[in-house]
Write a protein that binds this ligand. Sequence first.
Ligand code: TXA
Ligand code: MG
Length: 321
Amino acid sequence: MAIVYDIESALEVLRGDDVVALPTETVYGLAARVSSESAVQRIFELKKRPLFDPLIVHISKTTDISKYVLKWGKAARILAEKFWPGPLTIVAPKNPDTISDLITAGLPDVGIRMPNHSATLALINDLGEALAAPSANLFSKTSPTCPAHVATDFPNVMVLDGGNCEVGIESTVIRISEDNLKVEISVLRLGMISKQEIETALRDADLEFSMTVGKGREASPGQGSIHYQMKDALFIVPEEFEDSDVSALLKDNGYEGDFRELKFESKDPLIVARNLYSAMHELSAQSERLPATFRIAAYMRGEHWEAILDRISRASQREVE
Ligand code: TXA
Ligand code: MG
């Protein structure tokens, strides 16, 4: 597997119409130049990602927005100014001349963000073109927060090593609908930029708006209930469960004997988010195949925890939708 440390090697591969895994502050992305239809196609093939699931476009400077987006209103400007570079993706009407239907899965809107990672920002700058990049994991599996995680799913893809991801879970995704009369924000995916922070930023700018939380595939095609899966089954259990209660639950689900725990030393959601996918990858990497449990506790309250529990709860779904 090729782990590289220099931007030049990654640039060469991207210019040659191939894909490279790149660091961001949230998770590693599997990137292609937006104008390279064949490389974008390869992302879907490598990930085994259904074509109905659109890709996020990554830019390095706000002057690039107008190249890829047709309509960028006041709310979008305020939020981009406040949170970029950072883990917020804004879905807005796309420029069909630069953003293909493959990237947006045929939708008229594009999800766009400026990631907060110096290597990737420098690379996009040098390239002079935005990158389409989903998380660098197989469809419905655990997302990667370091190069080794990428290599487990894609041993033959070049990875630009940018260390461990600081945030650890994917960006908050919002759709903004703006006309002269009203601004509507719809939250499509929870993340470490909270609804409250978004509301505060808009209120501070004296903007009137309404906010809703969209649920599931109707809101955003990638928000299916099965996602982030480990190799083994994961069960969410109440904190008061004794080992015997856990064993009984597992037995009901066809598992006899031992189990493991997905757990974190810290109670700080920022630290748990940073370590979440590594802990899941570690369980998957163990040689024994045993089910895992996650104990849900009373302190896991608030929007940051909500975003983490969203990931854990979807990782625990194994039934066919
Ligand atoms: O933090 C992140 O956002 C990472 C890093 C690599 O930037 N990327 C990421 O991409 O998580 P991905 O493809 O794993 O998830 C993108 C999510 C999906 O749920 C997708 O449906 C939604 O964003 N999305 C992208 N474009 C959209 C659009 N035009 N309309 C609605 N939802 C969109
Ligand atoms: Mg993903």
